[in-house]
Design a protein around this ligand. Structure first.
Ligand SMILES: NC(=O)c1ccc[n+]([C@@H]2O[C@H](COP(=O)([O-])OP(=O)(O)OC[C@H]3O[C@@H](n4cnc5c(N)ncnc54)[C@H](O)[C@@H]3O)[C@@H](O)[C@H]2O)c1
Length: 259
């Protein structure tokens, strides 16, 4: 569905592929179809083989780097690897988050200090860390993107500590956009509707959320990962050259509905 050649000549890195259902994987296929050259990261050795298998299905050869975003050395090594393999990059897609399962099923007031800090570190601070790494590689400007969810601004049952992390993430998008704009680097978030992925299945009652959205969203259905990928390709392309600091909803319109 993505327009051929829209990203011809552009190079970028996608963080957050875990399996074929990952939003990051749909984005990667969209970017590849649009002509981009890609590099990937995997969180740990357990996921490496699966990411390698998926990446091998793409038409072009792609670099692969380990990157647990809580490890500053791995983030720095990613920057060095990208510099070595690509020289410069045009986009970075941050498509990852984590919170303890127990914090996604009990009352929000029960959130532990440790659980709160973990969700913030992985799901929010990491965008700043990888943007700092990527900015010097974006020699002709670039596009940094992250994935967020409506639970950042509404109290969504069981989303809890992840909603607070997404609120910080969206604020970080604005501060990073303001900081990096003079270098021609744009920073935006895509707020996706609920999609059945590994991360989403960690949220207690997720299936009910899918049902309610399909019933109430203006388009009367849930969003497809390919539709999120379309927005991501647009944000990586020159078509979006005037857009930065934004949260763009790709949720079949659910966020606009009152009653
Ligand atoms: N699925 C949804 O309903 C939905 C909706 C809106 C936004 N999002 C967001 O989309 C993004 C991708 O999630 P997904 O739904 O595709 O699930 P997913 O489980 O496929 O992807 C989550 C990724 O986060 C990575 N990750 C977790 N901890 C990490 C760490 N310490 N270092 C590096 N990587 C780490 C995992 O390896 C995995 O690749 C997340 O930010 C999520 O919050 C998802």
């Amino acid at each position: 569905m993505t327009e051929t050649n829209l990203l011809q000549g552009k190079k970028g890195v996608v963080l957050g592929v875990a399996n074929k259902r990952s939003i990051a994987w749909a984005i990667s296929k969209g970017m590849s179809d649009a002509g981009a050259e890609l590099a990937f990261t995997y969180q740990n050795e357990k996921l490496k083989g699966r990411v390698e298998d998926l990446v091998s299905t793409l038409p072009a050869e792609c670099s692969l780097f380990p990157c647990d975003v809580t490890d500053d050395e791995q983030v720095a090594a990613l920057g060095e690897g990208l510099s070595r393999d690509f020289g410069s990059i045009d986009f970075l897609v941050h498509c990852l988050a984590f919170a303890s399962r127990e914090d996604l099923e009990r009352g929000f007031s029960q959130t532990s200090r440790e659980g709160y800090l973990l969700a913030q570190e992985v799901s929010s601070y990491s965008l700043t860390a990888v943007s700092r790494m990527a900015a010097p590689l974006m020699k002709d400007g670039g596009s940094i993107q992250t994935l967020t969810y409506l639970g950042s601004e509404r109290a969504v049952k069981n989303y809890n500590v992840m909603g607070v992390a997404k609120a910080a993430l969206e604020s970080s998008v604005r501060y990073l956009a303001a900081d990096l704009g003079e270098k021609g680097i744009r920073v935006n978030a895509i707020s996706a509707g609920p999609i059945n992925t590994l991360a989403a299945r960690g949220i207690s009652g997720f299936t009910d959320i899918l049902g309610q959205v399909a019933e109430r969203a203006p388009l009367k259905r849930n969003v497809e990962t390919e539709e999120v990928a379309g927005a991501s390709v647009f944000l990586a392309s020159d078509l979006s050259s005037g857009i930065t600091g934004e949260v763009i909803y790709v949720d079949c319109g659910y966020n606009i509905v009152g009653l």
